[in-house]
Design a protein around this ligand. Structure first.
Ligand code: ADP
Length: 300
């Protein structure tokens, strides 16, 4: 059972030939909405892989909020701990250039108003979970508080430190598993991760700061892991990527659906997560691209 505390966004994907210059007016090639937000992506990935999933988050009383609620319910996610704010539902504008490069503008909206009281209300959901997952698209104080509640209830905590941010040391010492990508690993440790040796150095630095286990995702290269006793590298699947939005979220959500709470099967769980995210990068959009357990196993 997985509980995700995090963001819910509607992504508006604007396909353009190139970024407009300052002062320039340009036609876009297409415009389409898709569900997203790191929290929602991770929860949907976990749920589509068969994990019983609950969500703690905040939306606006608007059409985008209703759309997000519907998407989570469709995936059979427990949405009882989602509250409403007068601010609008979070939104992201994704400028997708022909080159495949992304530029993203995010409106935090309701996500920024998730409060400690909201989290208190969801205490029972946290306590009933195997894993609590959070990221940095909702206020950090809330994530840290939820980790305290989780640890008190013996629930394993997973921190996806994205978007990159300095993390208070107290939060790192409450973290059972941290899952930075290359950029985030460097922001956290000052170490440029490019191969197994530098990954291990960064992971050991994080462990010295109190984190128990580390997975560094390395895009098309795969992922590195370090536990108390073992470490290793699991290569990615070779595919033609069309949109890498939500690759990391699909990786983490699917991982959490397979991982044992003692982390002994971490390598197998990563292999599964690599497969899941290799399918996600072959489709446009965040939530529309996230595969189901059946799709992942059919491709093995
Ligand atoms: P994020 O999306 O958070 O930046 P990464 O880019 O590290 O995270 O991707 C997460 C995981 O998604 C990788 O560990 C890998 O398994 C998979 N992945 C990402 N990009 C590709 C790709 N081009 N081809 C195959 N797998 C990929």
């Amino acid at each position: 059972k997985v509980t995700v505390l995090g963001s819910l966004n509607v992504d508006t994907i604007l396909k353009i030939n190139r970024l407009p210059k300052p002062g320039e007016t340009m036609q876009m090639n297409s415009k389409q909405n898709a569900g997203g937000g790191k929290g929602a992506n991770q929860a949907i990935a976990a749920a589509r892989c068969g994990a019983k999933t609950s969500f703690i988050g905040k939306i606006g009383n608007d059409a985008n909020g209703a759309m997000m609620l519907e998407l989570l319910k469709e995936a059979e996610i427990d949405t009882d701990a989602i509250t409403y704010s007068a601010s609008g539902t979070g939104q992201a504008f994704i400028l997708l250039q022909e080159s495949g490069e992304n530029s993203i503008l995010v409106y935090g909206g309701a996500n920024q108003e998730l409060s400690l009281e909201d989290i208190d209300q969801a205490q029972a959901k946290i306590a009933a979970s195997d894993f609590l997952i959070t990221q940095f698209e909702t206020p950090l104080a809330g994530g840290k508080y939820a980790f305290e509640l989780a640890k008190r209830a013996g629930v394993k905590t997973i921190l996806n430190p994205a978007p990159a941010k300095q993390v208070p040391p107290e939060m790192l010492s409450l973290t059972d598993l941290i899952t930075p990508n290359e950029t985030e690993a460097q922001a956290l440790t000052g170490i440029e991760v490019k191969d197994e040796v530098s990954c291990q150095q960064a992971a050991q630095k994080l462990q010295a700061l109190g984190v128990k286990n580390v997975i560094i995702t390395l895009g098309s290269k795969g992922a590195f892991y370090q536990t108390k006793t073992t470490h290793g590298f699991v290569p990615a699947f070779k595919v033609q990527a069309v949109d890498t939005t939500a690759a990391g979220d699909t990786f983490l959500g699917s991982l959490s659906s397979q991982l044992d709470t003692d982390f002994t099967n971490i390598e197998a769980a990563i292999r599964f997560a690599n497969k899941a995210s290799s399918l996600a990068v072959q489709k446009l959009g965040a939530i529309p691209s996230i595969p189901t357990y059946a799709e992942i196993s059919a491709n093995n």
